[in-house]
Ligand binder design. Structure first.
Ligand SMILES: Cc1cc2nc3c(=O)[nH]c(=O)nc-3n(C[C@H](O)[C@H](O)[C@H](O)COP(=O)(O)OP(=O)(O)OC[C@H]3O[C@@H](n4cnc5c(N)ncnc54)[C@H](O)[C@@H]3O)c2cc1C
Length: 214
């Protein structure tokens, strides 16, 4: 199913790279950990990196009660959220044709505060599960004081676009004969070895969901 396409989310530049189906948008969101959340306050744009979780067609965000970004989102301010994966450098024969391989999403919508205590706890759990699936069944849940100190918002994705570039350099025909190396340098992110906290109690083993986080 596609997001509605109009002037706001229609990819104009390199339009063949624009994708609007929810499946692709969800895949790109689900492969990320950091979202950049953009708002405008008093004509000043702010773009703030935040952790997030996608739950169906919403993006869950949280922050301190009095943070500017959470206060603005709670007030129903329109926001724009982007998630980007850098998949490779594209080294072309001319400086002009250099590029990057990437998958990115731009999502538009508004957020509302989650006030109900059970929904708020669940939303906070979804943030932890998004980072480390299986983790919440292990951890102490938030207490009343912690819940009261935290704003949790759900951003409904009204419209979104994905843009994906893959493949090699697109040099001009006339440059193909140049004696310059050209190609791609793949980039991938991966987890390192788990390192126990210095103050970890004796006798605690790695959790069994560790296998799913690699
Ligand atoms: C890692 C990375 C590096 C990039 N580097 C550059 C750079 O150095 N210079 C440059 O000009 N461009 C770069 N781009 C592409 C850039 O994101 C824009 O797509 C491009 O600049 C066109 O911008 P525009 O406002 O003219 O887009 P338009 O095509 O006019 O944008 C219209 C709508 O298309 C959608 N859209 C646009 N870009 C994206 C996107 N990347 N992902 C999802 N939806 C999108 C949005 O919904 C937007 O509102 C880069 C992209 C990535 C992911």
């Amino acid at each position: 199913m596609n997001y509605k396409i109009n002037q706001r989310n229609k990819v104009l530049r390199a339009k063949e790279r624009g994708i609007y189906d929810k499946k692709t948008v969800y895949e790109i969101l689900d492969a990320g950990k950091i979202a950049h959340v953009g708002i405008i306050m008093d004509q000043q744009p702010f773009v703030i990196p935040m952790s997030y979780a996608r739950v169906d067609d919403t993006i869950i965000l949280h922050g301190a009660l009095n943070s500017r970004i959470c206060t603005s989102l709670i007030e129903g301010m329109p926001a724009c959220i982007t998630v980007t994966h850098l998949d490779g450098l594209v080294l072309a024969r001319s400086t002009f044709s250099h590029s990057m391989n990437y998958r990115s999403v731009v999502a538009f919508g508004t957020a509302r505060q989650i006030e109900d205590r059970d929904r708020k706890t669940k939303a906070l759990e979804s943030l932890v599960e998004f980072l480390a699936p299986g983790r919440t069944s292990d951890c102490r849940p938030p207490n009343k004081k912690e819940l009261n100190a935290t704003s949790v918002v759900e951003f409904k994705i009204e419209q979104a676009s994905a843009k994906v570039r893959s493949g090699g350099p697109k040099d001009k025909q006339a440059d193909l004969d140049l004696d310059v190396w050209a190609g791609t340098v793949p980039i991938s992110q991966h987890y390192g070895d788990w390192q126990a906290a210095e103050d970890l109690k004796q006798g605690i083993n790695f959790p069994n969901y560790k296998e799913g986080i690699k």
